[in-house]
Design a protein around this ligand. Structure first.
Ligand code: FAD
Length: 844
């Protein structure tokens, strides 16, 4: 039997080696167009960063070693240029000499992999733009580093993120640009947010919603041009928009391709021609959960498929059982992993599902070296089947995702997860493993022991809803949801009689454990409640507009300090005033360091442990003393910053701790700040001034007036929030955005009727079929009046906050991706919280 194989890496070599092991007499020829076969493409980014120090380590096998050990005829620099299925022939070209020949086959295996997606864009041929798919690409990037590259722009998929980390390790300034509003499409946005935070924590700048338009040369450097008008000059670009099947040969030979351009194969990896097999990144396979065709270019499936093709050719009864998309990625200290379907896919498919979140430690928190992970599980409420999971964390993530992936393969249910018996000793896990815990929560949901509310519901809570924060007063001072009242869990039982039975309590805490306990207390006292799934950690990840991230100034930026309004008495039901921020420069000068430093290790403490410890430890210190506090949760730095801001202490620095994900924060004690009386405005706030405007109208003149006032207020040092609702949303639409997918006919009709962006707005009067509007624009230009677009751009530069009303967006079927860059989505609570702090609110 003569078997020809096109492509000599994962799928191709896996097939070749298996064939030889099963069929000693077969003639096996592998054609590889490049220099290297069987190289470790997954290791390429790590040689760039230096973790894999020897280039040679990536070259797992050579043509010679394969000939020697497996008697395989490996022909490098040999490209297969055509297939003739009827004649059982392939045409072959020697890449170096151009010499052509034909080879006959009994069976042919196509394993040519994938190629990088390269949509047509100006300037793509610039020499500073590199792909990262093979050894030659890697060498090119290393040469650019040697030539002194200082700044890299990288695109934000799997390969881009690996490249970003490794380029940063090599000392480059790295900027990731990503067209979507999140990194890493296989993840849901709240889990992707942890990836973004980790990248930013290590100094990578991440621009989401930033579509690349093209490139141009600037004195030998490459300028990356973004659709939003931003241009970034760089020495190096890693062009990694994703990959597409290398199926041109197959298409030309008349083999059947699927909707994603991959070769269609049956379970035996046979193409539409019975003597031609295909495997790896070039094929489409059934999704393990849905059974629908999918395209998942990963090394595991490629290797297994190559092996199955060889089995079948040798007469074995072997079949591929679908692709689950199980994958894992290192992002500095963070590990992020996924298996099965994500929520976006379930929504698209209209499948009924339930979701839960948990934040367990990788191993018991009293044993050093662990941190919390963020675990999302999706499952079917009827069959209890697991649909998928996503986990981001610092310890034991790969193990848990593999357990869930295995459970899915075995068709286990969430009930089965409760009963899995998994290995435990303190350094490795917990007696109740995170996977068991996920099963417990799922079954609590199905048994009715817990009712969740979700972050997405925040803007549309029922009218009888009371948002009840059950964390400590200390945490409540640091961050709270707009409109929330505070009863710490420890006080809840004593205050239960003061609660109103006609209300529906929406409980929350940081990670969801205390609010679950509160939920059980309320339920057993005849009160209706729901607990926030995943706690405020997940809510903040999904709703950055509510996260008060601005109080958490990243290292190196100008520090800000919050001036706390007083806490509303926790049981009156009156919403407390939100935190206001002011620059340190405006605050009283910081007390000088006394020279005394107290070190505190609170690694492994569950929330609110670290924050409580911070408060306890700073209490006895003298003004000017410093506290260095080590925590295992990287999110602690954000909390500590906000806490210091609220309490008036000086947050000095944040640094990486000794364990993955751990963080060391340094804080200097300042004179105590006395909280202002409830509802009163702090002097700093009034001095600064704040304006909030509701832009209801979509008329050019009215929007112009709003932008003129906003720019004026900004120029006078005020902060300004513009809240766009109903017709006003037209001003925020992208001019050229493609219509978002999955819209109903009614939503699409709204889309056609609403003007797309500022340039398309019309005058409220004297429009005269567009002539009046054109005349007005002309007059404005001749009198040097800024256009609406210029006014908006300068307001954005001056730090205006643009909020699109989520309710009107929903009513009009507008999707976030249809809005311009830099717009937050917010509901009435966001508007009210802003208006509360403003000394003027205008309705336009
Ligand atoms: P490939 O490995 O791409 O091999 C195809 C080969 O066919 C190529 O060498 C190509 O030159 C050759 N070829 C193509 N056309 C012809 C022709 N006409 N004639 C002759 N030869 C031809 N996956 C993971 O699961 N985990 C990871 O961590 C991971 N990291 C990655 C990092 C990088 C930088 C890259 C590029 C990929 C990574 N992948 C990862 C994906 C994984 O490498 C692929 O899924 C896997 O290699 C696919 O195997 P394949 O054999 O189908 O294709």
């Amino acid at each position: 039997m003569r078997v020809l194989i096109v492509g000599g890496v994962a799928a191709g070599m896996s097939a070749a080696a298996r064939l030889r092991r099963l069929e000693e007499k077969a003639e096996i020829i592998v054609f590889e167009k490049d220099e290297f076969v069987s190289f470790a493409n997954c290791g390429l980014p790590y040689h760039i960063g230096g973790t894999i120090s020897k280039r040679q380590s990536l070259l797992v096998q050579t043509a010679e070693s394969l000939r020697e050990s497996l008697n395989i005829d490996v022909r490098i620099f040999t490209r297969v240029t055509a297939i003739h299925p009827e004649a059982h022939l392939v045409e072959v070209e020697d890449v170096k000499t151009g010499a052509k020949s034909v080879e006959k086959y009994d069976k042919l295996i196509l394993a040519p992999g994938a190629k990088a997606l390269r949509p047509p864009m100006p300037g793509l041929e610039h020499p500073a733009i590199h792909e990262l798919r093979n050894i030659a690409d890697m060498d090119g990037i290393l040469a650019a580093l040697q030539a002194g590259a200082k700044r890299a722009v990288v695109m934000g998929g799997f390969i881009g993120i690996e490249a970003a980390e490794n380029l940063l390790e090599r000392g480059l300034e790295v900027i990731i640009v990503e067209k979507m509003r999140q990194l890493m499409a296989p993840l849901d946005p709240e889990i992707a947010n942890f990836v973004q935070s980790e990248l930013e924590r290590h100094g990578v700048q991440v621009l989401t919603g930033a579509a690349v338009n093209g490139f141009r040369d600037e004195s030998g450097k490459v300028v990356v041009m973004l659709e939003n008008g931003v241009h970034i000059e760089a020495d190096l670009v890693i062009f990694a928009l994703g990959s597409t099947p290398f199926s041109d040969l197959a298409a030309a030979a008349g083999l059947k391709l699927g909707a994603r351009g991959g070769i269609v194969v049956d379970a035996q990896m046979r193409t539409s021609d019975p003597d031609i097999f295909a495997a790896g990144d070039v094929v489409e396979t059934p999704d393990f959960v849905t059974g629908d065709p999918t395209y998942v270019p990963l090394a595991g499936p490629a290797n297994r498929q190559g092996r199955i093709a060889a089995d079948v050719i040798c007469g074995r009864d072997s079949a591929y059982r679908g692709t689950q998309g199980t994958s894992v990625l290192k992002v500095f200290d963070l590990t992020v992993a996924t298996t099965g379907l994500n929520e976006k896919a379930l929504k698209r498919a209209g499948t009924e599902y339930r979701k839960l979140y948990l934040h367990p430690f990788g191993h018991v928190n009293y044993y050093p070296g662990t941190a919390q992970m963020h675990f999302k599980l999706l499952f079917c409420p009827n069959s209890k089947r697991v649909f998928g999971a996503q986990i981001a964390g610092y310890d034991g993530v790969d193990k848990r995702i593999d357990v869930v992936a295995t459970a899915m393969r075995g068709n286990l249910t969430v009930e089965d997860l409760e009963h899995l018996e998994l290995a435990y000793a303190p350094p490795y896990g917990a007696a109740k493993d995170p996977v068991n815990m996920a099963g417990f929560i799922a079954m609590n949901m199905l048994r009715g022991d817990v009712k969740f509310w979700y972050a997405e519901e925040f803007d549309s809570l029922p009218t009888n809803a009371v948002i009840l924060d059950v964390s400590t007063q200390n945490e409540f001072t640091t961050w709270r949801l707009p409109g929330a009242i505070n009863i710490p869990i420890g006080e809840l039982r004593n205050k239960i009689d003061t609660l109103d039975k006609s209300k529906l309590y929406h409980l929350y805490c940081k990670v969801g454990i205390r609010s679950y306990l509160a939920h059980r207390i309320l339920a057993q006292n005849g009160l209706q409640s729901r607990t926030l799934a995943g706690g405020s950690d997940i809510l903040k990840a999904l709703r950055p507009d509510l996260s008060h991230k601005a109080t958490a100034t990243p290292p190196g930026r100008r520090p800000t300090v919050a001036v706390a309004g007083a806490l509303a008495p926790s049981d009156t039901g009156a919403p407390p005033p939100a935190l206001a921020r002011m620059d340190l420069a405006d605050a009283a000068p910081a007390a000088a360091a006394s020279g005394r430093l107290v070190e505190v290790d609170c690694c492994g403490l569950q929330c609110p442990g670290p924050l409580r410890r911070l408060a306890d430890e700073i209490e006895p210190l003298a003004i000017g003393d410093e506290l260095e506090i080590l925590a295992s949760d990287p999110g602690f730095a954000t909390d500590a910053r906000a806490w210091c801001a609220a309490k008036g202490h000086l947050f000095i620095s944040e640094a990486r701790g000794p364990n993955p994900g751990s963080v060391r924060c340094r804080i200097r004690k300042q004179a105590a700040t006395s909280p202002a009386p409830a509802g009163s405005r702090s002097p700093a706030e009034t001095a600064k001034g704040k304006k909030t405007m509701v832009i209801f109208s979509g008329d050019l003149d009215k929007v112009m007036a709003a932008l003129v006032i906003a720019n004026g207020a900004l120029a006078m040092g005020d902060s300004v929030t513009l809240f766009f609702t109903f017709w006003g949303l037209s001003a925020l639409r992208r001019t050229q955005a493609a219509e978002a997918a999955g819209k109903s006919l009614l939503d699409r009709m709204f889309g056609w009727m609403l003007p797309r962006g500022l340039d398309r707005l019309k005058l409220s009067q004297m429009n005269m079929g567009g002539a009046g509007t054109a005349m007005m624009k002309h007059v404005m230009q001749s009198k040097n009046v800024d256009s609406p677009a210029q006014l908006l751009a300068s307001a954005k530069n001056a730090g205006i906050r643009l909020v699109a009303c989520s309710m009107s967006m929903d009513v009009m079927g507008l999707k976030p991706e249809e809005l311009i860059e830099g717009v937050e989505i917010g509901g009435v609570a966001t508007f009210l919280a802003e208006s509360d702090q403003s000394n003027a609110t205008l309705f336009i």
